[in-house]
Design a protein around this ligand. Sequence first.
Ligand SMILES: [Zn+2]
Length: 498
Amino acid sequence: MSTGAELRRKFLNYFALRDHLILPSASLVPKDDPSLLLTVAGMVPFKPYFQGKVTPPHPRLATAQKCLRTQDLEEVGKTARHNTFFEMLGNFSIGDYFKKETIGWSWEFLTKELGLPPEDLWITVYRDDQEAAEIWHDLMGVPRERIIPLGDDTNFWEAGPVGPCGPCSEILFDLGPAYSCGSPDCGVECECGRYLEVWNLVFTEFNREEDGKLSKLPRRNIDTGMGLERIASVLQGVPNNFETDLIFPLIEEAAIASGISYGADDKSDVALKVIADHARAVSFLIADGVHPSNEGRGYVLRRILRRAVRYGRLLGIRDPFLKRLTDKTIALYQDPYRELKERSGHIQRIVSLEEERFSETLEQGLQILQEQLEKVEVSGEKNLPGGVAFRLYDTFGFPLELTQEILAERGMNVDLDGFRVSMEKQRERARAARVETVPSDSFKVCTAYSGDKTKFTGYGNLSARSQITAIIADGKRKSESDPGGAGTGYIGPDTFLL
Ligand SMILES: [Zn+2]
């Protein structure tokens, strides 16, 4: 059996021996990429290389990349495979090797290095990609009946309507009949989970032109991705990502905190899995500099963190518990992710503060929600008034999605239009108030003047270097002022200090 850490190491060593430069994982916060909130795949940090905008340090690269996805957040814990945070193993060729090499290496790695039985592996190829099908059959010896041609929606990769794109080929592991839905049609396309996709190989060889036609790219690239948790689950013989050694110690920690052991029943198992998954996400997000807030990445973090707290409550945990989970994450992952250890104090502070803040209002908010729900149910409606959802959001710190989730558990919804109207009204009030409060005190003044580029860094640092772009004293913009004078605020583009 291989531990997750051994698998990560084996993968990187394998490609290092084949002339790949091994790079450390990039941050979960994409660098210089306003189009993306978070790093969602191994190739994200390499986009400028693939687009030819920047020359890579080496044409062959391999990484274990931290990734975070939230589009299926509600599924986490309920299915075997959904995770928010995960690690993606990948090898990349920037205008260097192509299909033959990458197919050969992925096959050799899985069957020789990891020792997976070749007869348990299935292949999908793009229906027009005869070349890939031939390589799998002629060179790797995969029987034709286990090479399945599929269409655009699964086996053709495009980042957008125009630009580089190409076919992909997936390697799936057959978990066996015990995992099958039992349908006579059950096969690699079935959703039941018997055939687990372990590795996706993308062959970027075309450019989609404005008129929709495909042209051959002068420099072809390879981009591959294999989920570490998935392949670990296969090698460790466990039925889901959560029971691998990459996550299970966190489930055990949550079980200790709640006094409810894993396996006691399905509902509490979901909660334990959610807490374990979210603790990893929270730890890594904060380590990469994300701070809880009501927008962008900060909101993603806040939503995940508060969701974990609520699931803790569902398990009957009354006292703060998240810190012990994030501490455990740090202990588990500090090698190779040194940023966790280096920023452990910072992670602990933010987690404790945010959990404490939400705990203060959670109970009261849930009570209000309960009362309102009963009213709605009596009236025979299916929608909670948007104004109530907004009050829960604004006063009690309930992310809208959390309210929606609690409602969904009872077959109900939020009146979203009403929510938006309330949000807009509140914004107007805030805009009006901002103008009025400028002359009051320095904190409000700074809030009023702080634009998008100003962020509060006081949770992590007691001092910071910044450029002062405005000085406000006694409610007026000044050109100079006594440092630290009462009612004085300094505003800079990167930080603000009081
Ligand atoms: Zn099936």
